[in-house]
Structures are given as structure tokens and as C-alpha cells.
Design a protein around this ligand. Structure first.
Ligand SMILES: N[C@@H](CC=O)C(=O)O
Length: 312
């Protein structure tokens, strides 16, 4: 397995839609081309939560992977969210992702585990089957501690040690677990790339990681690249200054009733940045309340994040 290097910023971009709700491939070209032009961006994760990946048909999923790959001229790895509930269907999904040009997969927990929890060993089996069935290098996805799909430390360690697993995207949102588990994961798997996905707690996690894998990176890649550099330099004042400058944006995008609304807010933000023409989402997502777009635009402006020029 050739190891991908995600030690930097890996945005998880939205999937743009036309006003009629079809996938907007022209907008994907603009979004991907812009993100790919930002120094420090190491790859793109498509079909994630921010990408409304599970709201797409199988056919759309493969076309979206290929479209993002085209948008970066193949210069950056495209990592596909693998979300199927059953292991066998996830293996098929991973094979389709390989055929469409994905370089890696971000494996979601099986959805039923969120409610019921998982049987011991089942997550390890899921990763093993997907890697053996597709050859796709995989990212271990650690869900929040408040869900029953969060993996205990032993489960994370066992998955991290399996062939094919090269990184973890950690969103545990429990600082006691973060402080205790991240050092052990690093000690036991020195090559495992540790990526935070705590969009709303980036300052608090950036000093311990190799990079960030976040939907936020698809809206504000420039300051997040700076934040990662500050984290690696252990430069708290610099990181704090970026965090404070971004706080109005963070609040408008992620301090909402539900993390799901963050996806709609990201699209509103991309309208303000000149990448999207409108913030159409697919149900069950709903538009934000009247005026939210203007508030997000004002927050971006206050953070110095203006409209961007998309590379030709
Ligand atoms: N950043 C969120 C959503 C990403 O998939 C998370 O923590 O999981």
C-alpha cells in the first residue's frame, strides 16, 4: 500500500446542486479547482456528511468522485466516504470508489451501531473486509463519545494496526478521552496519521494532530492551513489569534442546533465566497432561516475571508 500523506488540511467539501436539486458538476469543478489551489491542502474527502454523500444515488456518487478528481487534475488524492450499512454492500461501494478514481476511503460506522452499539470485533471485521475486498487504503473514523458507534480504545488500536489503515479522523468530542487516547494511538502506531475533525473545537485539538480533516476546510481553507502550522509549531498565541478571528464564522456555521445545519451553512458561506450561486441542499436538509446567509457572509467578511478567484 502506498501511504498517502494527509499531514496538513484535508477539506471535506460540500456537493453542490443545481436549483432543481441535481448534482452541479460545473460548481464541483469550481470548488475543487479552488480548494486544490490552496497551498497546504493535501486531499479532498468527498461523499462525507458535508458532501451529503448518503443523499446521492450510487451513480451520482461515482460521478462526484470522478468530477472532484478532474477538478484537481488528479494532483490531489480524492478520498471517498464509505457509508453502506452492511459490510458486503460497503465492499461493493469501495470497489466502485476505486473504479471512479478514489485513492482512499473514509469508513463510516454501520448506521445501526449509532442506536444499538456494535458487537465486539465487528468494526475490525468491517475495515478488514473493505480493505481486502477493494484494496482501498482506509481512514478510521472515530465518532463522538455521545453516540453508541464510538469505538473504545482497544477497538481503535486494533483497527489502526490492521493492514490498509493509515490514518484516523477523530471527532470524539470528549476531552478526557482525547487526552488519554490520542497519545496511546500515537505511541502504538507511530505511522498512523492523526487528524482532528472537531470543526467547532479546532483550537483545542490542533496541537495534538498531524492534520485536520474537516468540512470547515471546504469553506475556509486558508486560515485552517495557518492554524495547522501554528499547532505544529506549538505556537499558542498564533493559533489563538486565528481561532478568535474565525470565531464569528465558526459560530455561524457550527454553533447551531444540529451539526447537520453546518452543511447548509457551508453552502451559504460558499455563496459569499463566490464559489456557489445558491445554497441548495437535498432533503432531509432544509434551508436555513431567512437572513442566515447574510449573517454568514458578514462573519466571513469580519474574518477577512472574501470572494475568491477560481483558477482557470
Ligand atoms: N466534523 C464532523 C462531521 C464529519 O463527518 C464530525 O466530527 O464527524
Amino acid at each position: 500500500m502506498s501511504t498517502l500523506d494527509l499531514r496538513g488540511l484535508t477539506p471535506a467539501p460540500v456537493t453542490p446542486f443545481t436549483r432543481d436539486g441535481d448534482v452541479d458538476y460545473d460548481a464541483i469543478a469550481r470548488l475543487g479547482s479552488w480548494l486544490g489551489s490552496v497551498d497546504g491542502v493535501k486531499g479532498l474527502v468527498v461523499l462525507g456528511h458535508a458532501g451529503e454523500g448518503t443523499f446521492l444515488t450510487q451513480d451520482e456518487q461515482v460521478r462526484v468522485i470522478a468530477a472532484f478528481k478532474d477538478s484537481v487534475d488528479g494532483r490531489l488524492p480524492i478520498i471517498a466516504g464509505i457509508t453502506g450499512e452492511g459490510t458486503a454492500v460497503s465492499v461493493e461501494e469501495a470497489r466502485r470508489a476505486v473504479d471512479a478514481g478514489a485513492s482512499a476511503g473514509l469508513v463510516y460506522p454501520s448506521h445501526g451501531w449509532l442506536r444499538f452499539g456494535y458487537q465486539e470485533g465487528a468494526p475490525q471485521d468491517r475495515y478488514k473486509a473493505i480493505y481486502e475486498g477493494s484494496g482501498l487504503p482506509l481512514i478510521l473514523f472515530q465518532y463522538p463519545d455521545v453516540t453508541k458507534a464510538t469505538y473504545n480504545l482497544d477497538t481503535q488500536l486494533e483497527i489502526a494496526a490492521q493492514p490498509g489503515v493509515f490514518a484516523t479522523k477523530n471527532g470524539v468530542r470528549n476531552m478526557r478521552r482525547w487526552d488519554r487516547e490520542i497519545p496511546v494511538l500515537r505511541r502504538e502506531n507511530p505511522d498512523l496519521q492523526i487528524l482532528s475533525c472537531h470543526d467547532e473545537y479546532l483550537l483545542h485539538t490542533v496541537f495534538d494532530v498531524d492534520g485536520l480533516l474537516v468540512g470547515y476546510g471546504g469553506l475556509a481553507p486558508e486560515p485552517l492551513v495557518e492554524l495547522i502550522a501554528a499547532g505544529k509549531a506549538k505556537d499558542y498565541p498564533a493559533a489563538r489569534a486565528i481561532h478568535d478571528r474565525l470565531l464569528p464564522v465558526t459560530a455561524n456555521v457550527y454553533h447551531r442546533g444540529s451539526h447537520m445545519e453546518g452543511t447548509v451553512a457551508l453552502k451559504e458561506g460558499l455563496v459569499a465566497r463566490g464559489i456557489l450561486e445558491h445554497a441548495t441542499v437535498r432533503p432531509p436538509l432544509l434551508p436555513l432561516a431567512e437572513g442566515a446567509g447574510a449573517e454568514i457572509a458578514a462573519a466571513l467578511q469580519s474574518a477577512g475571508l472574501s470572494a475568491v478567484t477560481v483558477p482557470a
